[in-house]
Ligand binder design. Structure first.
Ligand SMILES: CC(C)(COP(=O)(O)OP(=O)(O)OC[C@H]1O[C@@H](n2cnc3c(N)ncnc32)[C@H](O)[C@@H]1OP(=O)(O)O)[C@@H](O)C(=O)NCCC(=O)NCCS
Length: 463
């Protein structure tokens, strides 16, 4: 049963004109998508015919040699990232989502199923629809036997992210898209098979990710079966062996929902989109994305933050003052390292996901008194000014990783090499959503033009 407070919150919000048009009907996820796709197809057609030649910006040499920063060059439906305001999912900010998206039964935080529904359809699901999606995911959550054997055969010393990427790729054994493609399916059928693969993959991620955790960190212990009455994260937490830790489970729900999507240009999302544009199936596309996420400048940063904050804690001992933290920050910078958890490719303000996680910490007495969270807070009070004085980073403020791993650590999930796997479970929501939209909109093979330095110089000379 859903808690009364959640239902009354939903009922109350339904009356608000701002959100009323966003609530889905009683339809299933597939039916809702089927309903919204034609309007989006029409919008794209109109955009192409009426504005196909409109200019969105210049391409400067700096853009080409600067990792394509600032180039408006990708279509991505589910979210848009504003440098100052942060992320919006189909126009809804994080506080908006916290107000309108259903929580888990008995919980308060956004449930990833409701975020997935919003990302896919642009609509806010009802608690009943969210519950139905949870059940569908739980019903599809078991791993095939061959995959269990494959994962169990990996050496314990293989990085958990490598194991996750390999496991996800191998799930394409059962790809509906690939099988239908081989049978000669027509283009209008693409999105439906893509959706089927995406839902199956999201459903199986907790069992796969938890199996990797068990094999690497708790070998020889039993894995709980999937409970059909639990939501995606409820099952994930249970499989990890933390099912009784309700605070951690709630935190994981919020973490996974907030990490679900961060527009399309980030390395993991972009990789999924690029590989998917070749009509590789969603398993292969998302597997490739996971290997982009495994880099230290991207998803690995949350484990780096914890390692760095703990080294700071060890060095400062009980003498944790702003002055001492400042000295430690300068020591990090002078040794040529980046301050992990700070800076961003697009954001130029504190990351609203960081703020949402900080608010979660503020709302829990056990986190308020946690030494590691206290250190994160004190670092936040000092680091932006140090980074400004250092003068290199364009964004001296914290990103989501400044705190995300430290909360996991406080709640007892202390194996930091595993943290990026949790990010990998999360990012599937947005990256897979885009694969469905790319197929529904018939987006083409991605193929930007590259230039050599000589070719750039020639172009400039002839301009
Ligand atoms: C996220 C990140 C990769 C963005 O990179 P970017 O878009 O190139 O960032 P900028 O344009 O601000 O970088 C300009 C310079 O500032 C440096 N810089 C950026 N963030 C920095 C940080 N947190 N600490 C120290 N230096 C930093 C860059 O290394 C670069 O130096 P360079 O000119 O010597 O190469 C970068 O800020 C970073 O490495 N942060 C730490 C890792 C992290 O938290 N990653 C998670 C991202 S969600």
């Amino acid at each position: 049963m859903l808690s009364r407070s959640i239902l009354s919150r939903q009922a109350c919000l339904r009356k608000s004109s701002h959100f009323s048009q966003r609530f889905a009907s009683t339809k299933s996820l597939r039916e809702t998508l089927q309903e919204v796709i034609p309007a989006k197809q029409e919008q794209l057609k109109k955009l192409k015919t009426e504005h196909g030649q409109a200019v969105l910006g210049d391409v400067k040499v700096d853009n080409v040699i600067g990792g394509m920063r600032g180039l408006k060059a990708m279509l991505w439906e589910a979210s848009v990232l504003d440098p100052i305001e942060g992320i919006r999912f189909h126009g809804l900010s994080i506080p908006d989502c916290q107000k309108v998206l259903p929580a888990a039964p008995g919980g308060k935080e956004i449930i990833p199923e409701s975020m997935l529904w919003l990302l896919l359809t642009g609509q806010v699901p009802t608690p009943e629809q969210t519950l139905a999606l949870s059940r569908e995911l739980a019903e599809k959550g078991e791993l095939p036997k061959f995959l269990e054997e494959l994962v169990d055969s990996f050496p314990r010393t293989l990085h958990p992210m490598t194991q996750l990427g390999m496991g996800v790729a191998a799930l394409n054994h059962d790809s509906s898209f690939q099988a239908a493609y081989e049978r000669g399916m027509k283009k209008p059928e693409y999105w439906s098979h893509t959706l089927e693969d995406c839902i199956n993959l999201i459903a199986r991620l907790p069992a796969l990710a938890a199996r990797i955790y068990r094999n690497v960190y708790k070998p020889g212990t039993d894995l709980a079966p999937i409970d059909k009455n639990l939501d995606l994260v409820g099952n994930y937490s249970n499989l990890l062996g933390y099912g009784d830790n309700h605070s951690l489970t709630e935190y994981l729900r919020l973490y996974i929902a907030l990490h679900g999507d961060h527009e399309g240009g980030n390395a993991s999302a972009h990789t999924a989109h690029l590989v998917g544009s070749t009509l590789s199936d969603p398993y292969l596309s998302y597997s490739a994305a996971l290997f982009a996420l495994a880099g230290p400048l991207h998803g690995l940063a949350n484990q780096e933050v914890l390692r760095w904050q703990m080294a700071m804690q060890k060095e400062l001992g009980n003498d944790i003052t702003h002055e001492k933290i400042k000295e430690y920050l300068w020591k990090t910078l002078k040794s040529g390292q980046v301050v992990p958890g700070y800076g961003h490719g697009v954001l130029r303000n504190p990351d609203p996901r960081f703020i949402a996680l900080q608010e979660f910490c503020e709302s829990r007495p056990e986190l308020k008194s946690s030494p590691i969270i206290d250190l994160v807070n004190k670092t936040f009070q000092v680091a932006p000014d140090v980074l400004k004085e250092h003068g290199k980073t364009k964004n001296p403020y914290p990103n989501v990783d400044a705190t995300s791993g430290c909360v996991l650590y406080h709640y007892g999930l202390t194996e930091f090499k595993y943290y990026t796997v949790i990010f990998g479970v999360s990012r599937a929501l947005g990256a897979l959503t885009q694969l469905v939209w790319a197929r529904a909109l018939g987006l083409p093979l991605e193929r930007p033009k590259s230039l050599s330095m000589d070719a750039i110089e020639k172009l400039i000379k002839n301009a």
